[in-house]
Design a protein. Structure first.
Length: 149
């Protein structure tokens, strides 16, 4: 059994491009990276499935070693459906974040920096805000106060 070098190189390029896009801060690039990694995984399953053979439902007199296993194709079809569902969910998240913030790029906030341990003064400010209730974090921030009479 020998896999085509072109398929292996294509799979490697898809994985490399997908991982590169997944590491970006733009959610659209993350979605494209996820799609590339999903397609590369489908190609990997196809490569390791083995050589092509006869269909498993054939007439008498065919040896089992000449038949092809249909399981890899079933796994690829399942992976395509799952990738489509997750991609639709990610696309909905991207649209929602764009509607709320009008931005596609995820920014670092003070809590992320505090968890990273870069500055302990942020932890003190966050605890002070939590005690007096001034640090209320809502989806609508200042817009809710403007609409109330």
């Amino acid at each position: 059994m020998s896999a085509s070098l072109v398929l292996i190189l294509l799979m490697a390029v898809l994985y490399a491009g997908g991982v590169y896009l997944l590491l970006g801060r733009s959610m659209t690039r993350m979605l494209l990276g996820f799609l590339l990694v999903g397609n590369a995984t489908n190609l990997l399953i196809l490569i390791i499935a083995g050589p092509a053979g006869l269909a498993p439902i054939v007439a008498d007199g065919v040896e089992p070693s000449e038949m092809h296993d249909p399981l890899p194709e079933a796994l690829i079809l399942t992976a395509i459906v799952i990738t489509f569902g997750v991609s639709a969910f990610l696309l909905a998240l991207i649209y929602r974040s764009w509607r709320i913030a009008r931005a596609d790029v995820i920014t670092s906030d003070e809590a992320d920096v505090a968890v990273g341990g870069a500055d302990s003064s942020i932890d003190d400010e966050a605890s002070n805000e939590a005690e007096d209730g001034s640090g209320e974090d809502t989806e609508f921030e200042g817009r809710a106060e403007a609409k109330t009479p």
